[in-house]
Design a protein around this ligand. Sequence first.
Ligand SMILES: [Fe+2]
Length: 205
Amino acid sequence: MKQIPSSTADMLPAAAAFVERLRALFDAGQDEARIWESACVYFRELLEDRDLKRHASTWPKSLSIEGKPGNLLFYEDPDHGFVLNALIKAPGLKTSVHDHGKSWTLYGIIEGAEKVVRFDRLDAGPRVPETAQLVETGSHDVSPGYIDFVPPWEIHQEHNTNQKTVGLIVRSQRSGTFVQNRFELATGKVSQYDGPVQLPYKLCI
Ligand SMILES: [Fe+2]
């Protein structure tokens, strides 16, 4: 794998400022739920940044690497492990029903729109099960400026509209370093996977 970017030296100023603010939350020793709630406020400001929007217009049209979904990887924090990713979804794409394992995720839309459907577990099985019983609990539309807050183990499915969706993502740790569940609604079967392939990419002017 190419070297993982872990310096803010040549990053877009707004993105570097976001990273520094998030690092300060960790350095202050707050609990994770509070850190990610505060990070949401800072992330909303980052999503409004003009340079970021301009940069996003140069990202690839869709991101699928050897048939697997991919993320651009802009930054991985050397001390706290959080990462900055981008996701580009082709029009009409629907993800599996899945969770993000033990990680926290802030998912912000820069361009496009999609619907996120949420599910709850009805069974009392382990966090990483072989089977599970799910019930749909609702859905919401996600559009530019909106941040989808995904705590650990929350089960969901993303339905893209008929246009490309470009998202900026903050994750508490890099995909591939934790297990995620993928749920089959019809059969109740659950399988585990490593999440999107990570493609190092520069978020610089
Ligand atoms: Fe997801």
